[in-house]
Design a protein around this ligand. Structure first.
Ligand code: SF4
Ligand code: SF4
Length: 341
């Protein structure tokens, strides 16, 4: 039986919720992992490697190191594997990671949905503001690419990988939220407020990872295609696109802003007017079932992670006692001098 096209959006919401739950669960397990070294009554537990998904810069660094040396940096090997998985699926299936898997994208979506409920709609910036703001994420991405891709040599990276700072980079990332500074708090509040009014504010204007994935996704053979013959020009697709793309005016959606959410395909009332397609021989586009898109996207994502696990590039080989040392030293750093031992 054919999976109804109109249900694809519901399927995406379910997938997003599942990945959000997984991310929160991973964060909680990581919290327990840290606590066992700080609280004598805490139970012994192992580090969840998937927490490295929250360290894309470590992943980028590790990826460059691998390109130059053929070695996967051993302290956070999952950061490398997850970086390859995320960029890999973006290369094959557009920015589908952002639309189906990324928990930050999911939270952004919930926030603008709340805004839509409150105001009956979301707001849209004028092109004069929207276009320069959208370039911000590319500037941030460029900064990271220059710093890591050009300025940092593999030798410099090795010296960084062996520092305690790098060993605790996951703990430090978590502390940004668990020991929030006043500045971080107000930045987050600002992001939430803007996200209520503007769809996907963080993703659209500021996320450097999304910018990178968007550029990579330009090479993807998979795109949404509109058939002029079947389109009734009802403009539902343009009105519903969360990336504010004017789908009704396009033959093929090739924008780096398209995150493969398939909302347009799911809501189009004209059968066959919007299809998920892949590029084939001679540049022709061949449609395939919309359901196949998330199945392949998530399937390939986990296949890459599974390969990393099979090659023993998932769990960090760092010894328990080394974790204890670096985590307790970091905790001491954070204490006021009067409380420090
Ligand atoms: S064009 Fe379609 S698939 Fe792309 S972001 Fe807009 S609604 Fe989603
Ligand atoms: S929703 Fe479908 S029929 Fe309506 S404008 Fe878009 S492609 Fe055409």
């Amino acid at each position: 039986m054919e999976f109804p096209r109109s249900r694809i959006r519901t399927l995406r919401y379910a997938a997003q919720l599942a990945f959000l739950f997984l991310s929160v669960h991973t964060g909680y397990r990581f919290h327990l992992f840290i606590q066992q070294f700080l609280d004598p009554n805490a139970a012994e537990t192992i580090r969840p490697p998937s927490v490295d998904a929250f360290m894309p810069i470590a992943g980028l660094m590790s990826f460059k190191y691998f390109l130059f040396t053929g070695i996967v940096e051993p302290i956070h090997p999952a950061a490398f594997v997850l970086f390859v998985a995320i960029v890999g699926v973006s290369l094959l299936f557009k920015k589908g990671f952002c639309g189906w898997i990324c928990p930050i994208g999911t939270i952004s979506q919930y926030v603008w949905m709340v805004g839509e409920r409150i105001f009956g709609r979301n707001f849209r910036m004028s092109d004069q503001v929207d276009i320069p703001l959208r370039s911000l994420k590319y500037l941030l991405m460029g900064l990271f690419l220059v710093l890591i891709g050009i300025a940092m040599t593999p030798n410099m990276m090795v010296l960084f990988f062996i520092t305690d700072y790098y060993k605790t980079i996951d703990v430090r990332t978590m502390q940004v939220f668990t020991q929030m500074s006043t500045l971080t708090f107000w930045v987050l509040v600002g992001l939430v407020v803007f996200s209520v009014f503007y769809k996907n504010f963080w993703c659209r204007y500021l996320c450097p990872y999304g910018a990178l994935l968007g550029l990579v996704s330009l090479l993807s053979p998979v795109k949404v295609k509109r058939s002029e013959d079947k389109c009734t020009h009802c403009r539902t697709c343009s009105r519903k696109c969360p990336s504010l793309l004017d789908v009704e005016k396009k033959d093929v959606v090739s924008s780096p802003e398209c995150f493969g959410c398939l909302t347009c395909v799911s809501s189009c009332p004209a059968e066959g007017a919007l299809e998920v397609t892949r590029k084939g021989r001679g540049g022709r586009r061949f449609p395939f079932r919309p359901l196949l898109y998330p199945v392949l996207l998530i399937g390939v994502f986990y296949a890459i992670i599974g390969t990393g696990m099979a090659l023993d590039k998932w769990h960090s080989p760092m010894e328990r006692e080394e974790y204890r040392r670096v985590i307790t030293e970091l905790a001491e750093e954070g204490r006021p001098p009067s409380e420090a031992r």
